[in-house]
Design a protein around this ligand. Sequence first.
Ligand code: ZN
Length: 500
Amino acid sequence: MIKKYEEFEELIKKISKMQHVIAVLHWDMETYMPPRGGDARANQIALLSGMVHEAQQDPRLYDLITELSAADDLSPEQATNVREMKRELDRERKLSKELVVELNRTSVKAHEVWVQAREQANYELFKPWLQKLVDLNLQKIDQIGYEDEPYNALLDEYEPGMKAARVEELFTPLKTTLPSLVQQIVDAPVKPDVSIMTRFYRAEQQESFLKMLMQDMGFDFEAGRMDRAVHPFCTSFTPNDVRITTRYDEHMLGEALLATAHETGHALYEQGLPAAYAGTPMGQAASFGLHESQSLFWEKVVVASRPFWEQYYPRLQAVFKEQLSAVSLDDFYLALNRVQPSFIRVGSDEVTYCLHIVLRFELERALFAKEISVDDLKGLWHEKMETYLGLTVPDDSKGILQDTHWASGLFGYFPSYALGHMYAAQLRLALRQALPDFDANLSAGNLLPIKEWLNENIHQHGMRYRAEELLERISGNRLSVQPYLNYLTEKYHDLYQIEI
Ligand code: ZN
């Protein structure tokens, strides 16, 4: 079997190399490519995507996977690679070529219409295209097959093994708890001074502070870069070449700061994956939700915490003397953690964020169960915004048209964001147990033990375990929403001086 395993590994590494070439082209497109390069670039990417698709369809590869799936002499790492490639290719192979082509073509066109519709705040314009995407995704669900309910087929792409019923179980306490916490905060006499964040903060100065922070977090600049782009993101070609991007708003200090901490958290996961297994599932993250937990851990649990700023606030004040020398640590910390119900998911605070996700999950799930139609979506969106966040949606661009996901044909993606928050809160408890001087480390600017703990407990395992299984191994408990709710209640009761 060893010979066959080697042949299998060679084939999947070839696919992975082509995918990474595509990723390089995408990275360049988002960062340095001049505007007129677009057409040629789209052709290059289409050519390579075709080659990837062909290599994935290679019958020899699938025969090898079938044989190796029955083998009993593989190492645990080899068995992981076979299991995960089988899972991925089983999905791919079930889809007809016509459907794949149609899905790609329709999402490109739908995305164009969505951009216009969003500018005009006109859902009616986008609705026929959304209907097409939903219909195509219903066909996709039929072809892939599912357990229990149609939505599970979509969810599985982002969270292997996760079911909608389990997501509902995790999300329900968010609906019953968070709206009242938000209300307590809104009613609290403590009001953050937002003007602290909106003074002029020169991009170059922000950048030098952020590079210092990334260094302290353990980002390896010999194995990665940071550049500017319209949207902050992280992409990785090997653990030795991981790129992040960020965007500077010179009148909103928190934006690049939190986004960079976030993307660096993603990057540390990628740099921490086992290099020996690069190009195979053992060298990949376990799920989107777990990936998100790594970025949120650094963004929320570390950088948005008070002990962290005991060390870093004086350093930030040294960079921005004029803007911050008269602002106290407490006032800065409060302004950075301002809670404000808002229409837009992206950039919303950590207390309200998950309510945006619950709303989207409930709509998507009902849509694919055919309990509601795209005609009902807008009305339901408005109802739920009212119930969960107490907000009356003023127009479609601040409502149903705000996200790019549906416009790009991506359904089942949203729950991962909220799961990431839950994973991060549970990891926080486990880490505090493993490193009892966690807060002292933060206030001393000693961030490396955190990175090393995450390397050791999460990153090095690649896809060996399912995300939930890995979390249970680390924390001793099944994933639960309670640590997240406790974390929020404690932090924000304290911050807003809420007494009950
Ligand atoms: Zn993220």
